[in-house]
Design a protein around this ligand. Structure first.
Ligand code: EPU
Length: 338
């Protein structure tokens, strides 16, 4: 395997942070990955596993081996009249996988159109948007334990999926590398219009019958209007998770801030729109050096060009402090900081 030295990571993170890795290698097969991990450099170095780099913030040069997972391939494994089981290499671009499914009328990921990143990274934070979460169609994944190179399969129930969360962000953080995933998709798709913005746009079209192709198109339109394109302006999507509070706290907040946006997720638990909290601490659209909270969606922190990771992290910490001071709510970062 060709392990390269001192490689800039600017093109490997969607924030576009200009830092380097002491060593870098791109792997295209599981065998490549095995070889890298069993090499002297692979065994002795700290490792940074890169998918699409769309959920990381680099704050310093990486003093170890960055491994870019580029394992390709989308394959139908099994199908019957109702379902299809699909396998995707961890390096497959997530949106390419969505387009493959939407093109074949396999339902269950159309609301997740245009999410940046790779198939292999999708389960790590149980990607979700517009009323759908990966865990609803996720079947299993395969990967390798870094320490002993043991291969393992995780079924849906093993992944401990939560809101933007899984076992791979917790107990197995830095210990396991995903090489492929399997999804179980519907051949007679049910249209998911639980998210108001999608429902409203679909209603405007006055279609007789709504298809997953329509939903995918609407989701892409909404995202393109609202969210900055990482190819044009560096960002990693939502920087924070939407915080959860109990009903009592929500009522208190509602009294003081009648416009606050929250929705019930289960009895006594409310999820609050972090974007609203940030906007209402007046960070929306503000610049902090070369970093800022986006003008259309303040939950997305952006790199206006040449921002350092430290600058973005400082901005994030300032925002956390403002939200804590004004609302008594702790924001938690969704993005992984290195
Ligand atoms: N809002 C504001 N001000 C803002 C931003 C949002 O008041 O600056 C309000 C909106 O008006 C809306 C509410 O907050 O009433 C929710 O906003 P939005 O629909 O944009 O969704 P979100 O909760 O901010 C979440 C996900 C996104 C996902 C969208 C759509 C998280 C952390 N983020 O954002 O996911 O695309 O819902 O489902 O859950 C990501 O994870 O990177 C991501 C982009």
């Amino acid at each position: 395997m060709n392990i390269l030295q001192n490689i800039p990571l600017k093109n490997y993170n969607t924030f576009g942070i200009d830092l380097s890795a002491k060593a870098f290698v791109e792997v295209f097969t599981e065998e490549d990955l095995n070889e890298v991990l069993s090499s002297t450099e692979g065994k002795n170095s700290k490792k940074l596993i890169l998918g699409g780099g769309s959920n990381i913030l680099l704050t310093k040069d990486f003093d170890g081996l960055a491994i870019k997972i580029s394992i390709p391939g989308i394959k139908i494994i099994e199908e019957d009249n109702d379902f299809v089981l699909l396998k995707a290499g961890a390096g497959v671009n997530w949106n390419d996988l969505v387009n493959f499914c939407v093109g074949k009328n396999f339902g269950g990921v159309e609301n997740l159109s245009l999410i940046p990143g790779t198939a292999g990274a999708a389960p790590i934070q149980n990607i979700g948007a517009y009323g759908q979460e990966l865990k609803e169609v996720f079947y299993s994944l395969q990967g390798i334990f870094i320490e002993n190179l043991e291969e393992s399969i995780f079924n849906n129930g093993d992944c401990k999926f939560g809101y933007r969360d899984s076992i791979f962000k917790n107990e197995l953080k830095g210990k396991f590398i995903i090489t492929s995933i399997k999804l179980k998709l519907h051949k007679h798709p049910k249209i998911n219009l639980t998210y108001d913005a999608v429902k409203n746009e679909i209603e405007k079209l006055k279609l007789g019958r709504v298809t997953i192709q329509d939903v995918s198109k609407i989701v892409c339109d909404i995202r393109m209007k609202k969210l900055p394109n990482p190819n044009e302006i560096g960002n990693a999507g939502s920087f924070f998770k939407n915080p959860e509070v109990n009903a009592k706290k929500f009522l208190e907040l509602k009294k003081e801030f009648p416009d606050i946006i929250g929705h019930k997720i289960e009895e006594g638990k409310i999820k609050i729109a972090a974007g609203w909290l940030i906007e209402n601490t007046s960070w929306k659209g503000k610049r902090f050096g070369n970093a800022g909270a986006h003008t259309n969606q303040s939950l997305v922190l952006v790199n206006y060009g040449n921002a350092t990771g430290k600058e973005i992290l400082e901005l994030a910490n300032e925002i956390e402090n403002s939200v804590q001071n004004k609302f008594g709510i702790t924001l938690h970062k969704e993005v992984n900081i290195y």
